[in-house]
Design a protein around this ligand. Structure first.
Ligand code: AMP
Length: 190
């Protein structure tokens, strides 16, 4: 099973990605988590990534594409994966296509989680209080929403045209949304 999960900041992508990946027995690969893992490392690359994340902008494609390509080549990803937060820009779609074209793998479905922006901003501000994520402040949240609309939202049309998109309402309890996702995937892949 090879899946992508996409959606605006705060829609619950990360939480759902972990549950769905577990359900299908594949690793959940989150570029945001990989970048956060670089936090505190005393290298120019780690510092550059940290600054970009704190502003809510996207890490440059050449860095992001390279870490994803590397991660997908690891043994645990051979049998499938769920990519959370990648691709997020047009160039990344084509970079992923190139990685997949070099092997036998293809994307089975792209989950698009949807929610109203007001609901999302409220969720993110709450998460900021609980988790203290450096990129969950009001200013960065605003910028991440803008970046999402400009760079990532347009990618949904590409996957829709390819017949891969599965749209799921992301508003509700964790279990409720997870149930909707697996039902929608089962229907799509049946
Ligand atoms: P996330 O946890 O998915 O919301 O990602 C947190 C931050 O990591 C984003 O705001 C970006 O700065 C960076 N990031 C994550 N995934 C990508 C990606 N595919 N391309 C560029 N930047 C990314």
């Amino acid at each position: 099973m090879r899946l992508l999960i996409m959606g605006p900041p705060g829609v619950g992508k990360g939480t759902q990605a972990k549950g769905i990946a577990e359900h299908y027995g594949v690793p959940a690969i989150s570029t945001g988590d990989m970048f956060r893992a670089m936090k505190g490392a005393d290298t120019p690359l780690a510092k550059q990534v940290q600054e970009i994340m704190n502003s809510g902008a996207l890490v440059p494609d050449e860095i992001t594409d390279a870490i994803v390509k590397d991660r997908l080549s690891q043994p645990d990803a051979a049998g499938g994966w769920l990519l959370d937060g990648y691709p997020r820009a047009l160039g990344q779609v084509y970079a992923l296509d190139a990685v997949l074209a070099s092997g036998e793998d293809a994307i089975d479905a792209v989950i698009s989680l949807t929610a109203d922006e007001e609901v999302l901003v409220a969720r993110l501000l709450k998460r900021a209080e609980i988790e203290g994520r450096a990129d969950d402040n009001a200013e960065t949240i605003k910028n991440r929403m803008k970046v999402y609309h400009e760079s990532t939202d347009p990618l949904l049309a590409i996957y829709r045209d390819r017949g891969l998109l599965v749209e799921v309402d992301g508003v509700g309890g964790i279990e409720e949304v997870a149930g909707r996702i697996t039902a929608a995937l089962d229907a799509k892949l049946a």
